[in-house]
Design a protein around this ligand. Structure first.
Ligand SMILES: NC(=O)c1ccc[n+]([C@@H]2O[C@H](COP(=O)([O-])OP(=O)(O)OC[C@H]3O[C@@H](n4cnc5c(N)ncnc54)[C@H](O)[C@@H]3O)[C@@H](O)[C@H]2O)c1
Length: 308
């Protein structure tokens, strides 16, 4: 980590909290308070090492993560309160932490993207994690205003164990020509009450991330892991269509990514949402407002899909 990288991180965090303020999710004072509470440093030197919780969130590379834990273990040797956790999404918590000395004070905390908005944190109990550590992690998660769920160190933990096979089946439906990706998204939003369809979700989390998880699960040779490679996804990834991060993905393929969604045609007779300036039509002329909201025809206002 160098100063340039720290500056990139600081700017990204500032942009993220300012966006929350613009969306009226937080007060203006919280923007400075949040930024001032973060100590940006190229060294792992905390202000105090009393009751320290170290959350490792470097890229999903086993060797890099192990190296970091080996160095941290050396640095905090003799400190019997420090807790070490990894934020890994797809690697084995146990395998990452082999170089951690106090195994009873080691586990996982899996946050969700975008972290400032997503309430869930999966607390991962490694075989060696003590109950005292689990309790401390539960307390920390509650203190930062999130909701913790407990899971063993199993592939995908809870959310991804269910989501990865679900996204995979959605892609296979498109590959077989059963339905379009737009209709599958609409079906899951309006029929299953999901706030986002599987393709919108893949665009948000990154098609490369999904591919990476599929490959690592296939390498585990575990028959209970329900995954298959997708030629279509592999082709999209090789073409740089990774979703929002590259501005191209499922949505952009049909020219309906973000603000470039199909505008409502003049022939559409559905009432226009008065509270929403950007809206577009899905193939069935169902009006969808920006931010994934839908038009409530009774009140004429936009409301979240989840309230439909
Ligand atoms: N992106 C997600 O949606 C998401 C969600 C939950 C968990 N995770 C997990 O979080 C971790 C990071 O993922 P990400 O998407 O934020 O990756 P990222 O590449 O966006 O960020 C990783 C950060 O680590 C820094 N870094 C790289 N090598 C380092 C080193 N040797 N020492 C210190 N810092 C180093 C990089 O500069 C970068 O800022 C992964 O384990 C991933 O599985 C990601």
């Amino acid at each position: 980590v160098n100063e340039k990288q720290l500056e990139i991180a600081r700017k990204a965090i500032q942009k993220s909290v300012e966006k929350l303020h613009q969306k009226k999710a937080i007060q203006i004072e919280s923007v400075d308070k949040t930024l001032n509470s973060i100590n940006f440093s190229t060294k792992t030197e905390p202000k105090s090492d009393e009751n320290l919780l170290i959350i490792e969130a470097v890229p999903e590379l086993l060797d890099v993560k192990r190296k970091i834990f080996a160095a941290l273990n050396e640095q905090f040797k003799g400190n019997d309160s420090v807790i070490f956790v990894t934020n890994t999404s797809s690697l084995s918590v146990q395998e990452i932490g082999v170089k951690v000395g106090p195994q009873e004070r080691y586990g996982g905390l899996h946050f969700f993207n975008p972290v400032p908005l997503m309430k869930l944190v999966e607390i991962i109990k490694n075989v060696t994690t003590s109950q005292q550590t689990v309790d401390a992690l539960k307390e920390f998660v509650a203190d930062i205003g999130k909701v913790g769920v407990l899971c063993k160190d199993t592939p995908g933990f809870i959310v991804n164990r269910l989501l990865i096979p679900y996204s995979g089946e959605a892609v296979r439906m498109v590959e077989r020509g059963d339905a379009t990706f737009e209709d599958i998204d609409i079906a899951m939003k309006l029929g299953a009450g999901y706030p986002m369809g599987p393709f919108e979700l893949m665009d948000m989390t990154g098609l490369d991330t999904g591919k990476f998880v599929v490959e690592s699960w296939l390498a585990m040779n575990d028959p209970t892991l329900n995954v298959q490679r997708s030629e279509l996804v592999n082709k999209m990834v090789s073409e740089g269509k990774l979703g929002r991060k590259t501005g191209k993905g499922w949505m952009r393929r049909k020219g309906v990514f973000g603000r470039e969604r199909n505008p409502c045609p003049a022939t559409c007779e559905r009432p226009k949402p008065p509270t929403c300036s950007t809206f577009w039509c899905n193939p069935n002329c169902y009006l969808v407002c920006s931010g994934g909201q839908v038009l409530d025809t009774k009140t004429g206002k936009c409301k979240p899909l989840s309230e439909c």
